[in-house]
Design a protein around this ligand. Structure first.
Ligand code: ZN
Length: 259
């Protein structure tokens, strides 16, 4: 019996005895969908660009056209991307009443597209854009269409003339207080927190597993590459995220059939 199999069995055991399970996901869960993790050397989206120069709120204010040149490309690169097996397993677990919610650092909408219902998008999502002036909200498709015909390279509001911005949290901006409070509440009462595809380095998300631990719960880390919480995780899996999640689902189904 491989160590890997033992780890999956242990995780399935923890999951089967937990009354509240929550998932916390990061860029690694979207890599199998063809969305590069910006931390991966060579493939990262920030490899050839300084995020502070384009994805910072001050940079947006100073030069929205430069911002949109970068974001227009990023949106185009996300178009047509589909959720993968790891997103799907989380939806299955939620529908089976096993999973209480998903907290994600990703803005790519893949959890939504997959069908997750109790979903907290900590960094916002690319679903919509808002006008800086009057707050008018439009879809990403509408903003991209405005961008294509915008003479200055900036999609502008027809009502007030100000520029649209994507509803994602930019560098230099605060996360939504509402999202933080919901995420904290879920993590505090979780008996098991599945940390999937996150390097657990970006605050305040990186602090969420500590809330689960201090509430007496356990954490499992399913991520390639080290995290600062590896030592305190009850289970540590570092294989392909889709394979690991499918193994977990299979082990849980087996446990259910045996019970
Ligand atoms: Zn406006």
């Amino acid at each position: 019996m491989s160590a890997q199999h033992g780890d999956i069995a242990r995780l399935a055991e923890l999951a089967a005895s937990a009354s509240s399970i929550v998932a916390l996901t990061g860029a690694g869960i979207s890599v199998p969908s063809g969305i590069p993790d910006f931390r991966t050397p060579g493939t990262g989206i920030w490899e050839n660009v300084d995020p502070m120069q384009v994805a910072h709120i001050d940079a947006f204010r100073e030069d929205p056209a430069r911002f949109w040149r970068f974001y227009g490309e990023r949106f185009a690169s996300l178009e047509g991307k589909q959720p993968n097996g790891a997103h799907e397993v989380l939806v299955e677990l939620e529908r089976a009443g096993v999973l209480d919610g998903v907290i994600t650092q990703n803005v790519d909408m893949l959890h939504r597209t997959a069908g997750s219902r109790e979903l907290i998008e900590m960094h916002g999502s690319i679903a919509t854009c808002s006008c800086f002036g009057c707050g008018e909200v439009i879809s990403l498709a509408a903003a991209r269409s405005l961008l294509r015909s915008a003479p200055g390279g900036v999609p502008r509001c027809e009502a007030c003339g100000e520029s649209f911005r994507p509803d994602v949290v930019l560098f230099g901006e605060m996360l939504s207080q509402h999202a933080i409070l919901r995420a904290r509440a879920l993590c505090e009462r979780a008996d098991l927190l599945l940390c999937i595809g996150s390097s657990l380095e970006v605050h305040p998300v990186a602090g969420l597993p500590l809330l689960t631990l201090s509430g007496g719960g356990e954490i499992a880390i399913i991520t390639q590459g080290p995290t600062p919480l590896d030592e305190v995780a009850s289970v540590r899996l570092s294989g392909d995220v889709v394979a690991e999640m499918r193994s977990l689902a299979a082990a849980l189904a087996g446990a259910g059939a045996a019970a």
